[in-house]
Design a protein around this ligand. Structure first.
Ligand code: CO
Length: 450
């Protein structure tokens, strides 16, 4: 299992896939082989449908899909019966993109990465949203789950899920990015694919209650400045959040992309802090404690701090700075030949809207404005595109974004000048520099530092 994981998600294996011909990432084919070798967990609806299929056919279906025989001409035979899937749909059996797990030794404290190169637009399907768990995914019965709000409040209260759903709600689109996104990339280019270099980024439409609404229910005492969020996973994840942020735009979410938040994303309740580093968005939220000072938990002292060039460490670096990446073409793809291509990618900022994105095809000497394909929203990804005629010569592709504060995404050299270089993992978090993809004359695309 470990060797398969290394092959898929490992950053320094040189193994070449025999099926690297086409234009697109072929790692998924590898992943499928691994998954079916190891035996995969399928949903109840899928399992029901699979029970009627020959075992051989069932094994062909990628995760989230059911395998059906493919008729020679679909106009000559009736299709499948309506609602024959048990009432909850599956994706096409021909769609194979999956999250891949980073090969940490323990699969309970680990992370999985979103296959950014396979996505359209800027919303991430819920089943492909990246994961970061510190002690596995808890199974929680919502009828037994509640949220306690206490501490420096007028009236401490316990809210059941029904109580929370009776309150006025909002629906907003926001990205979540793990502050460790790209942690392997500080010293040298390690990840082969954009899934490996940038896959700790996902975007969803979230539905829930603003914290400010809950605050009105309990009342805040004078002097209140911080709020502890606590999860009900086996790690009891805790982070301290400035009260100002909580009152400004924090949401207590139970909806994700139109349905209940996925278990991996915090079912039944998650703290959603637009633009803040991923792990502050406490999943399986059970407690909010109001205080006059931060709680200095493990995840904000020993971890999730940033060692700087002068040897001091920054603490509570909560906003995710503006960042962008080209997802097509990107690492491990192969362009079939010279000609017209549409470069495409994602840009986002934890400090507001994306204002503009520039693209360079010569390693950052000349920059041209990209087209923004989706309406920029605060703390939400945008899709950008740029038409490119590849002449068949080696090229270095880069994107660079500017957010509405005027902040411009830095180069790696600019970032290292501030953060320093204290060892292999001295700087782990908040790598937001410009990503470079090299296109070789044979069309092969690879991760480089340029
Ligand atoms: Co931070």
């Amino acid at each position: 299992m470990a060797s398969s994981d290394d092959r898929v998600a490992g950053s320094d294996t040189g193994e070449d896939c025999p099926c690297r011909d086409g234009m697109f990432d072929t790692l998924e084919a590898n992943r499928r082989r691994f998954i079916f070798g190891a035996g995969s967990a399928l949903g109840a609806a899928s399992a029901l449908a699979l029970a009627t299929l020959p075992a051989r056919a069932a094994e062909k279906a990628p995760p989230g899909a059911v395998w059906y025989d493919v008729p020679e001409d679909p106009t000559k035979v009736p299709g499948r019966p309506v609602a024959g899937d048990g009432g909850y749909g599956t994706r096409s059996q021909f769609e194979t993109a999956v999250r891949i797990r980073f090969p940490t030794p323990n699969a309970n404290t680990s992370w999985s990465l979103t296959p950014l190169a396979s996505l359209y637009g800027n919303i991430t399907p819920s089943g492909l949203h990246f994961e970061r768990h510190h002690n596995g995914i808890p199974t929680i019965d919502p009828s037994r789950h509640s949220l306690v709000v206490h501490g420096m409040v007028g009236t401490p209260k316990r809210f059941s899920m029904d109580d929370i759903k009776r309150l006025p709600s909002v629906t907003r689109r926001h990205f979540i990015e793990c502050s460790g996104n790209g942690l392997t990339e500080w010293k040298s280019p390690k990840g082969k694919t954009v899934q490996q270099t940038h896959g700790l980024l996902s975007t969803s439409e979230w539905t829930g209650v603003l914290f400010s609404t809950l605050a009105r229910e309990v009342g805040l005492k004078d002097g209140a400045k911080w709020v502890l969020g606590e999860g009900s996973d086996a790690a009891v994840m805790t982070r301290s959040i400035p009260l100002e942020k909580m009152l400004n735009d924090a949401m207590i979410v139970y909806g994700q992309n139109g349905e209940a938040v996925r278990p991996e994303q915090g079912y039944p309740l998650r703290l959603l802090l637009p633009g803040y580093e991923g792990n502050t968005n406490i999943k399986w939220l059970r407690r909010l404690q109001v205080s006059d000072k931060p709680f200095m938990t493990r995840e904000e002292t020993s971890k999730y701090t940033d060692l700087m060039a002068d040897g001091k460490a920054r603490i509570f670096t909560l906003d995710m700075d503006a960042k962008s990446v080209i997802t097509f073409p990107s690492g491990d793809m192969k362009l079939p030949g010279p000609g017209i291509y549409t470069i495409s990618g994602l840009a986002w900022s934890g400090r507001g809207r994306i204002l503009s994105v520039d693209v360079s095809t010569d390693g950052g000497h000349l920059w041209y404005p990209a087209r923004i394909e989706s309406t920029p929203e605060p703390m939400c990804t945008v899709r950008f595109t740029f038409p490119w005629i590849w002449d068949g010569k080696p090229a270095i592709l880069q994107s660079r974004c500017t957010d509405e504060t005027g902040y411009i995404q830095p180069t790696l050299a600019q970032l290292l000048a501030i953060r320093g270089d204290h060892g292999p993992y001295a700087s782990v978090y908040h790598l937001n520099s410009i990503q470079s993809w090299a296109v070789a004359s044979d069309g092969g695309v690879s991760n480089v530092h340029a």
